[in-house]
Write a protein that binds this ligand. Structure first.
Ligand SMILES: [Zn+2]
Length: 336
């Protein structure tokens, strides 16, 4: 191509805005205050219909894979296509741009492709359950596509937040074929690349006045818990040198996580977002304290190094105070 096609940006902006605003309407969200949309609900189904109609108008073939990832393409199976898209489920109280913007923008690319007569080979995908609002499992649709799940998890372990029934049952009730979940991998067969537009979920662009950024790496994460076992005693009657205060170990561990994450560099971040203290009384020394761990970063070895470091620190600090700290695997497994 000798010159760039001339895009009517104002028109595209308007259409993207219109789609996003429409999908923030009451037919497409379970909440009147925010976007609440997750797999196999009526509002999610309506959203897929919205996109299906729009793509079909452009002459695309629209299908859903066996568990409900939406695929729209303008080439027959077997021909190479370039991938675009995102997800259109939301957090339980999500914003209207999160995910939806990427699918709407993919649709706009397809509209421009038609209007400008470019005939680019395209395949759009809207992945199911990226946010985990339905079943508590983040990026579930793409994990199934990537084969990063066990069948037992789909059949039993992954249950709906709303009613406790398994993913498998919900998928079947919605008319899908979870028994064929391994076939979902084929939606990637013809892709030669992938571009996804997504809002930034942090505040770096906003606070530095940048309009967009390009993602160069994807951060993995480890979620876990540290439990500190001390001894609950009376806050007034127990002298300072006779205490086994589990909250003290937790507090030092939180400070140490801050230090370790900063020291690790390479965009590593560490957060303790949950603290549970037992018995949780103003006049009782905490006998047991749980803190959550969320450690992320683009370099797996560094992330795991920080996790090992913080667990070892908690164990040592607890032991120095005559207590114990453990990091049972209850929630430790969630690492990508
Ligand atoms: Zn998102």
């Amino acid at each position: 191509m000798n010159e760039w096609p001339k895009i009517d940006r104002a028109r595209s902006t308007e259409r993207i805005r219109n789609d996003v605003e429409t999908l923030a309407g009451s037919d497409y969200t379970l909440s009147s205050e925010a976007i609440r949309r997750y797999a196999y609900t009526d509002v999610y189904r309506a959203t897929l219909h919205y996109f299906t109609r729009a793509w079909e108008e452009l002459g695309f073939t629209v299908t859903e894979d066996p568990i409900g990832n939406l695929v729209a393409r303008n080439r027959p199976p077997g021909e190479p296509v370039f991938g675009i898209g995102s997800h259109c489920d939301s957090n339980r109280n999500g914003g209207k741009w999160d995910g939806t913007l990427g699918v709407v923008s993919a649709l706009e690319v397809c509209r421009c492709n038609a209007e400008l007569g470019l005939d680019l080979p395209l395949q759009a995908i809207s992945f199911l359950e990226e946010e985990g609002s339905g079943f508590g499992q983040m990026v579930l649709g793409s994990r199934i596509v990537a084969g990063r799940v066990e069948e037992q998890e789909l059949r039993e372990a992954f249950v709906a937040i709303d009613d406790g029934r398994p993913f498998w049952d919900h998928a079947q009730a919605a008319g899908y074929e979870p028994t064929r979940w391994r076939d979902c991998a084929h939606i990637l067969d013809d892709l030669t690349g992938w571009i996804e537009l997504h809002i930034e979920q942090g505040r770096v662009l906003q606070d530095t006045d940048k309009r967009f950024g390009v993602v160069r790496t994807i951060a993995g994460y480890v979620h876990g818990d540290i439990f500190v076992e001390g001894r609950a005693d009376h806050a007034g009657a127990t002298p300072m040198d006779m205490r086994c205060d589990s909250a003290l170990v937790a507090a030092k561990t939180i400070v140490e996580l801050e230090r370790l994450a900063r020291e690790a560099g390479s965009a590593t971040v560490g957060t303790v977002g949950e603290i549970e203290v037992e018995p949780g009384l103003i006049n009782a020394i905490p006998g047991r304290t749980r803190i959550s761990l969320d450690v992320r970063g683009p370099v797996d070895e560094i992330v795991h190094g920080v996790v090992r470091g913080i667990v070892a620190f908690a164990e040592q600090t607890a032991s120095d105070g005559g207590m114990s700290a453990t990091n049972p695997t209850g929630r430790e497994a969630t690492s990508l």
